[in-house]
Design a binder for this molecule. Sequence first.
Ligand code: ZN
Length: 163
Amino acid sequence: MPPPHRFVADIMLGKLARWLRAMGYDTLYFKFAEDRHLLQLAHVEARTLLTRDARLARLAGAGGLLIHATEVEPQVAEVIECLALHPSGEDFLSRCLECNTRLVDRSKDSARGLVPAYIFARHDRFVGCPGCARIYWQGSHADRMLARLGRMLGLSGPTLSGP
Ligand SMILES: [Zn+2]
């Protein structure tokens, strides 16, 4: 198995970055970043630079991927298709959507007082982000994200089996 793909997304691709994180891919994204900083990160950390900017994609050479679609779902499909990715359901929702850190299991007790009381009462499994301290749980929002991921990946269905 090759190591999982890693990404750095340009400032135009914040939504795409979140969905790649939702699939478990290590994806850096900054609201403000200079092109040369993105290029350097892509190079030094062997990340694919995702960009809507043809010039920046050219500068990144083989490490760049120019994204043509403007909407996020076809953007996800483009990335999966162009890089022949095989996202695995086991990795879904394993990474913080806000800061990209890998989530860790938290005991129910440790979530007490940190999540709304009705959430605490209704859920037993919590995961936390060591990076930004957010707490996630398998609620309706997560269910909706998983359903949408399924649909998105269905979009690029024929390529999921790969060459
Ligand atoms: Zn976080």
